[in-house]
Design a protein around this ligand. Structure first.
Ligand code: THU
Length: 144
């Protein structure tokens, strides 16, 4: 799938977010080494601290669809919901916890997973790898 198609999948997933408390809708698309794609969105809760990020939602789907060790690329996109549409020209970066979750998949595969951060609208995109986003990471190796 092209990067643009994957961003479109992440943006579409953001429309399925359950984010009534923050009003910030995030979608995530995870692509496997074989080109399979799964998506997820953030899922907030009335007990605020129980909210789940889009990346963790999508990684859980990836775990079941093809396995974390097959994860090759992750796209995150989203922004505030404004009049029924997801707005915002700024890219959405994975939070620290999500970087750690993405790192787990990277460590399992031995692959430096590509992370694409996109805005809800426009062409703003940043492309990096999880090792760039989370240097000196704590991972499974540390546990022996
Ligand atoms: N959020 C994500 O889904 N992923 C991130 O990496 C950053 C933040 C969600 C969590 C919460 O539902 C909303 O965005 C506002 O923080």
């Amino acid at each position: 799938m092209t990067r643009e198609e994957l961003i479109a999948r992440a943006r579409a997933a953001a429309l399925k977010a359950h984010a009534p408390y923050s009003g910030f809708h995030v979608g995530c698309a995870v692509e496997s080494v074989n080109g399979e794609v799964v998506t997820g969105a953030n899922m907030e809760n009335a007990c605020y601290r129980l909210g789940v990020c889009a990346e963790q939602s999508a990684l859980t789907a990836a775990q079941h669809a093809f396995g974390l060790a097959q994860v090759a690329r992750i796209v995150v996109a989203g922004g505030p919901l404004v009049e029924g549409a997801i707005a915002g020209a700024d890219t959405v970066a994975p939070c620290g916890g999500c970087r750690q979750a993405i790192y787990e998949a990277a460590a399992l595969s031995g692959r430096d997973v590509e992370v694409v951060c996109a805005a809800a609208t426009g062409d703003a995109v940043t492309v990096s790898t999880i090792r760039e986003l989370l240097p000196s990471a704590f991972g499974p190796d540390a546990l022996g």
